[in-house]
Write a protein that binds this ligand. Structure first.
Ligand code: EPU
Length: 334
């Protein structure tokens, strides 16, 4: 294990923000965890760096999770349980699954980041969330210097949320995740854009591979590639509002997109609200709001984390003023 000092985190966050970390190490061997535990009091875990906004130099130790490996834990006639090390790239796992005819995560193709972030964030897209296939999560509990395994239920998954973002925030280093993938999948094409894309592709027989490719097409056409334009995917969560408020909105606008939540509430796309406040395509110096998806804030070159934070505050304020809806940030701020 190599400990580095004062290194730039620019290559390690998809926003491409250039701030230094006081200490930095790559964790490739799980047996190094006891030693890493003792290095500094303050620790920050970094996976793909695709959901963080760096607003200041990071004090303490940044640990880049590089634990790799995908193994079959068990299988039966219907399912395969894959044990995946948290440093694996998420999309590589999706490719592994579809190439082995396993279903369950194909709608989550091309989500940036690592496997370790999938339970943390309960990543989701196109009608599917990671929690639907996560069987258990194993993590190193810094305080007790021991490994713990939580079942799906114990992870308290919610919309882009889990116990790892709340009670266990900064307390757990996720080392591996077990996914229960299906040999006889039931595909989810409820998201209109997927059906449309599959038709365009001329696909008549559904497969995990076809759906993953449809999702990849949609994502690449709408979302900026972090290698070209710095971003962290959706910057805000889609807000949940009472159906009464939704009905009022529908009285004012022709079509207001929504996702069902329960009897009394719906989710409204934050992108739709932000666009109606005039922010889509907005640019100020090196930062801005993506021209094709208003939910994505971008860093064109040398943007500063604090400036992006400030812009996000202005967006929150204008959505609150225009719609009386409070947007919540999805990205983690360091
Ligand atoms: N829309 C606009 N303006 C825009 C973009 C979208 O008005 O600039 C409207 C359109 O009416 C569209 C609707 O919003 O039909 C929904 O847009 P989209 O399908 O792009 O999805 P989203 O609700 O904006 C969510 C997730 C994405 C995920 C997509 C697809 C959140 C916070 N975001 O976005 O997740 O890929 O659905 O399922 O829930 C991420 O978390 O980083 C992420 C990209």
């Amino acid at each position: 294990m190599q400990l580095q000092q004062n290194i730039s985190l620019k290559p390690y966050n998809t926003f491409g923000i250039d701030v230094p970390a006081e200490y930095f190490t790559e964790l490739r061997d799980i047996d190094d965890l006891p030693e890493v535990t003792e290095l500094t009091q303050k620790k920050h875990v970094l996976g793909g760096g695709s959901n963080i906004l760096l607003t200041q130099p990071v004090s303490g130790l940044v640990i880049h999770n590089k634990l790799k490996g995908i193994t079959v834990e068990k299988e039966n006639a219907d399912y395969v349980w894959l044990n995946v090390q948290a440093g694996e790239v998420w999309h590589d796992l999706v490719l592994h699954a579809i190439n082995n005819g396993l279903g369950g995560i194909e709608n989550l193709a091309l989500i940036p980041g690592t496997v370790g972030a999938s339970p943390m964030q309960n990543i989701g897209a196109y009608g599917v969330e990671a929690k639907e296939t996560i069987e258990s999560v194993t993590f190193w509990y810094w305080k007790e210097k021991t490994f713990l395994t939580y079942s799906n239920r114990e992870c308290s998954f919610g919309y882009r949320d889990s116990i790892f973002k709340r009670q266990l925030k900064d307390k757990a280093f996720i080392t591996s995740v077990v996914y229960k993938l299906s040999k006889k999948p039931v595909y989810n094409t409820s998201y209109g854009a997927i059906k449309e894309e599959l038709e365009n592709m001329g696909v008549f027989e559904l497969s995990a591979k076809a759906i993953a490719y449809a999702v990849m097409h949609i994502r690449t056409s709408k979302l900026p590639d972090p290698k070209q334009i710095g971003n962290a995917g959706s910057f805000f969560k889609n807000p949940t509002i009472p159906k009464i408020q939704y009905a009022q909105l529908c009285g004012l606008y022709d079509t207001v997109p929504s996702y069902p939540v329960d009897e009394l509430r719906v989710k409204v796309p934050a992108a739709w609200l932000i666009e109606r406040c005039g922010w889509k395509g907005y640019r100020r110096g090196d930062i801005g709001v993506h021209a094709k998806q208003a939910l994505v804030l971008v860093n064109y070159a040398h943007g500063k984390g604090n400036d992006i934070w400030q812009l996000s505050g202005e967006i929150v304020k204008s959505v609150k003023e225009k719609f009386n809806i409070e947007l919540e940030r999805e990205v983690q701020v360091w």
